[in-house]
Design a protein around this ligand. Sequence first.
Ligand SMILES: NC(=O)c1ccc[n+]([C@@H]2O[C@H](COP(=O)([O-])OP(=O)(O)OC[C@H]3O[C@@H](n4cnc5c(N)ncnc54)[C@H](OP(=O)(O)O)[C@@H]3O)[C@@H](O)[C@H]2O)c1
Length: 330
Amino acid sequence: MKAFVVCEVDDEFLCEVGDTIATPHDEGDVLVRVDYSSVNFKDAMVATAPSRVRRVSSLVAGVDATGTVEASRDEHFSEGQRVAVHGGSLGVGRDGGFASHVYAPTRYLSPLPTSLSTYDAAVIGTAGFTAMASVMALEDRGLELGAEVLVTGATGGVGSQAVTYLARKGYAPVASTGSPQSSNWLLERGATRVIARDEISDRAGQVLASERWAGAIDCVGGVTLQEILRSLRYGASVAASGLVASAELSTTVYPFITRAVALVGIDTVKASHVTRQRVWQALGELAPLVDFTTFVDRVIGLHGLPQALDDVRAGVIRGRILVNVNDVTP
Ligand SMILES: NC(=O)c1ccc[n+]([C@@H]2O[C@H](COP(=O)([O-])OP(=O)(O)OC[C@H]3O[C@@H](n4cnc5c(N)ncnc54)[C@H](OP(=O)(O)O)[C@@H]3O)[C@@H](O)[C@H]2O)c1
């Protein structure tokens, strides 16, 4: 089969469409016929050399995929079942979704709710799963309907979907973006207002800023997360999932010990079966209220991946890039 392969051996680094064979790691692995994959920030980190996240020298990239079960020995997954495949070491330490077929252990598989097509589920992908998991983390900590929630990296995969899911659930998302030309797009996605990256907080130089946000969803990290912590309201939480700007975090303890704020980590890689079920169910319930096509920046074939990965690195994507893995046109 054709696949997008990343290979780093000695000083040679290749990142290209090639021929390979889908192979199971373990006896229990399920074979999935892939309809779509999507381009995530992590894919750009895998398809680079040296890579901080890639765990093997050669693999089919792609941290997620959606499609149909083609062969399974597991009683919970039968032939023809529609699934999303993501998490674990998919596309990082073992072959991933940028191919027509992928083998995965059952813990990487989530059955799709009937309200979601494999196209919709690929638009959601790892990014949308993270967005919904972030919204639910804030809800679990008592977020009140109508509350203003800051979303950073708002035009990105996680950010744009977080904006829409918050809006559809009755909260008031405020989109922080470095792409002011996309303000109208963000308002159309459900943002109540749009602010610049440097407008998250005030009182520069003081330990704490004004109490602004009833909650926040951050995939940017670094100074952005630091400023969010300074400006959360008393008792509020930030759901932190990413490091687009930086993996560093410098803060004081004051937000925690004087405003009782919480820094809630979001991880989708090792998310439990129960969490995966809960999040996909919530996505399925919201689906009738969401037009998933509006998130799609473009749909590409396998040969479109090098350009798409460059665009992700350059931060010039709006929403999501879908990969039709069965399109192998050069
Ligand atoms: N924890 C998990 O399990 C998990 C799961 C999925 C993703 N993630 C992480 O979440 C992050 C976002 O992923 P994604 O797929 O949404 O990425 P993405 O589509 O590339 O979006 C990232 C967005 O961040 C903003 N941005 C880019 N460079 C920036 C910079 N230097 N400073 C501040 N903002 C910047 C841009 O939005 P604006 O132009 O609108 O500001 C960009 O669209 C990544 O770090 C990814 O690894 C984590």
